[in-house]
Ligand binder design. Structure first.
Ligand code: ZN
Length: 264
């Protein structure tokens, strides 16, 4: 048995034996779908400077800069489809084996891939809302305005600022989502971490909380993280390849009596 197969077997055993499996994902799971990690060179984030929430609120110039970046990002995201890794996680959930999926991503690809119980720690790029009255729009409507040259869209109900339903730098995380995520992490017995370099707090504390509560950790990430030493199994291989292998190998133990196995 080579090293990879050995690690897959080890991870599959953990997944099979888990009763409270939780997944935690970051940008790395979506790069195979063509969405650039904000740290990767040449990505959207490389071409624009980061506009903080405070700047967004106080300066029209900053908002124009921010919306130009979003316009380019939306063009990129429009054609993105879920990849093997997203689908493997949705399979786990359908088999009744995944309690919840916590993500740092704002791309909505987990839901597109079939996942239902998703906690989006950084919000979503699929919607925009008015910061004052709360009116929301599908992002396509805002994108049409941006493409038409309106780079500082205002709410058509109250005239206030419109912003994507994401958490910007300098904006506090949604308390409720963060608390739910912490609860699931602390209540898990196995946590699968995929595609995060675990450098953005407080999101990165999720696997640590799971570990502190006694959960076993499986890490799948291209690069090293500061918390690799806490993990039972670490993969540097591609998320799609690894997850398909783990779910495939754990598969025989995955039928939950919900009549799912005749579909595969
Ligand atoms: Zn409004």
């Amino acid at each position: 048995m080579d090293d990879f197969t050995g690690r897959v077997a080890q991870a599959a055993d953990l997944v099979k034996g888990a009763t409270r499996l939780v997944a935690f994902t970051g940008a790395g799971i979506s790069t195979d779908s063509g969405i650039s990690d904000f740290r990767s060179p040449g990505g959207v984030w490389d071409r624009y400077r980061i506009v903080t929430f405070q700047e967004f609120l106080s300066s029209r110039e900053a908002r124009v800069e921010y919306w130009s970046m979003k316009r380019d990002l939306f063009r990129e995201m429009k054609h993105a489809v879920p990849n093997r890794a997203h689908r493997a996680l949705a399979d786990l959930e359908r088999a009744g084996r995944l309690r919840c999926l916590i993500t740092q991503n704002i791309d909505g690809l987990h839901q597109d891939g079939g996942s239902r119980e998703v906690i989006e720690l950084h919000g979503t790029n699929r919607k925009a809302h008015c910061l004052k009255c709360g009116k929301t729009w599908p992002i396509e409507e805002i994108q049409a305005l941006l493409e038409a040259g309106n780079l500082d869209p205002a709410c058509d109900a109250c005239g206030s600022l419109v912003k994507p339903a994401t958490i910007s730098f300098g904006q506090s995380m949604p308390e409720g989502e963060l608390m739910r995520a912490s609860r699931f992490a602390a209540g898990s017995d196995v946590l699968l971490m995929i595609g995060s370099s675990l450098q953005v707090e407080p999101a990165a504390s999720i696997p640590r909380e799971a570990h502190r509560a006694g959960a076993k950790l499986i890490f799948i990430n291209r690069t090293e993280t500061p918390w690799d030493h806490l993990a039972t199994v670490v993969f540097r291989e591609g998320a799609g390849e690894v997850l398909e292998a783990i779910v495939g190998m754990a598969g025989r133990g995955l039928s939950s009596g919900q009549g799912e196995d005749h579909h595969r």
